[in-house]
Design a protein. Structure first.
Ligand code: G
Ligand code: MN
Length: 426
């Protein structure tokens, strides 16, 4: 190993050993990987002065690889790293460390263009690595040290949380949920921006007992799919949902409802007929019901998608594309499927006010939807700022915690009854 590649301070080590006796608070441990030696040393110095323990200073990717090869070498809590090195880059380091349960958080210091820095922070997030911070150079070493130490997770390497493995749901358990009527739609309201009226609800599947939510929705849907019980569960949800809408209409409150349906269910003609029968049973016009399919499902083989979605529209239902922006839409395909509504994925709405890129995407989605004759719903609106942004972008409807969280149907009914003229005060 080059003597200048790794500098472990002897005095530091002695001091750390002496301190090991004391039950002191854990110190922030850092490896500094910066190509310019003077800058690296200045940053290390500032970090030490600010109270961090700098265990290594290296100037290239090889330096980090060597440290990683040392037997039982503990990783630091934070890796302060540049992006471009003479022998490689921090992208390699991220890929290398992503596989380790004790991976450090990354703190990026760089002179690269914004787009490159953003790519690096995105890669860290995609690899499941914690990001301790980003500083664009030039910057004062003291400011870098201060920022790094302000990172709340600086003391502990990012050990993967010990999640207790959830037992897979058995067929008989799922059937019991269905039999006992535990599977219920929770209703989340949807508001029309032009008037402030609540015009509908999305029915979200929840397995809910007297003691609370019994199974998380993601796990539930996966298990139902595995045991070929999703059609049955969806029909159960649909029956409860149409009852809800019929009750609202009887009370003079005009609201629609949407139900999430998989393309696999839609491809089953008998399922579609059952759906139509459920609506007919409460003498509801199917145009009060919207079927939501995910963008991923919508981008399957065009002939099947057209057949299945065309059929559902022929039966009189509306059709929404859900989670829009998360899959691989082709505009060609999108323009050929008979959608009546486009729902923009929540990820594009979160912190919309602070992200010009997201603002452009939401505006483009709103224009696209309008051009294709669809209503455009912004999902996951949580703040007044996000609301103002989606309104300015041209979305026609909003859904999200700002209006309300999903509620059990009886509670949703009371919630709606309490609104004067179905208007929600925003
Ligand atoms: O993919 P789909 O849009 O069907 O999923 C809706 C999910 O998003 C539900 O589980 C619902 O509870 C959740 N959700 C709805 N509104 C919000 C919101 O404003 N913020 C967050 N974080 N989650 C939301
Ligand atoms: Mn949905």
């Amino acid at each position: 190993m080059h003597s200048d590649a790794v500098m472990l301070g002897a005095a530091e080590a002695a001091q750390a050993a002496a301190m090991a006796e004391l039950p002191a608070a854990p110190r922030c441990t850092v490896w500094v990987a910066v190509p310019e030696p003077e800058l690296a040393e200045a940053i290390a110095q500032a970090l030490r002065q600010a109270g961090a323990r700098v265990d290594a200073v290296v100037h290239d990717v090889l330096g980090i690889k060597r440290l990683l090869m040392q037997p039982r070498c503990p990783l630091p809590s934070v890796l302060l790293t540049g992006l471009r090195f003479p022998d490689g880059d921090a992208f390699q380091l991220m890929r290398l460390l992503a596989r380790r349960a004790d991976a450090p958080a990354f703190f990026v210091v760089s002179r690269q263009q914004r787009a490159v820095i953003k790519a690096a922070t995105t890669l860290a997030s995609v690899c499941g690595l914690a990001l301790a911070g980003v500083i664009e150079l030039p910057a004062q070493p003291e400011a870098i040290a201060r920022d790094l130490l302000a990172y709340p997770g600086r003391h502990a390497p990012a050990v993967a949380p010990a999640t207790a493995p959830q037992p897979e749901l058995e067929r008989h358990e799922l059937l019991a949920l269905l039999d006992r009527d535990v599977l219920q739609p929770w209703m989340q309201p949807k508001l029309r921006l032009a008037t402030g009226e609540i015009i509908g609800f999305e029915a979200l599947m929840r397995a809910h007992d007297a003691d609370g939510v019994v199974v998380m929705p993601d796990r539930l849907v996966a298990a139902l799919q595995r045991h070929q019980l999703l059609d049955q569960a969806t029909l159960h949800m649909a029956r409860r949902t149409v009852e809800f809408v019929a009750t609202c209409l009887q009370e003079g409150m005009a609201v629609s409802a949407s139900i999430n349906v998989s393309m696999q269910s839609l491809s089953n003609v008998a399922f579609c007929q059952e759906l139509a029968a459920a609506v007919d049973h409460v003498q509801l016009d199917p145009s009060w019901i919207t079927i939501e399919i995910t963008e991923t499902d919508a981008m399957a083989d065009l002939a099947s998608v057209i057949e299945n979605t065309g059929r559902i529209r022929m039966l009189g239902f509306n059709l929404a594309i859900d989670d829009f922006g998360t899959a691989y839409s082709s505009f060609f395909q999108l323009s050929r499927i008979p959608f009546s509504e486009l729902k923009i994925e929540r990820a594009f709405i979160t912190s919309l006010g602070e992200d010009r890129g997201k603002q452009g995407i939401v505006k483009a989605c709103a224009m696209l939807g309008a051009s294709l004759g669809m209503h455009v719903v912004a999902e996951g609106v949580e703040t007044a700022e996000e609301l103002a942004q989606v309104r300015a972008a041209g979305c026609t409807e909003v859904q999200g915690y700002l209006v309300s969280r999903p509620m059990p149907a009886p509670q949703a009914l009371d919630w709606l009854r309490a609104l004067p003229e179905q208007r929600f005060p925003l």
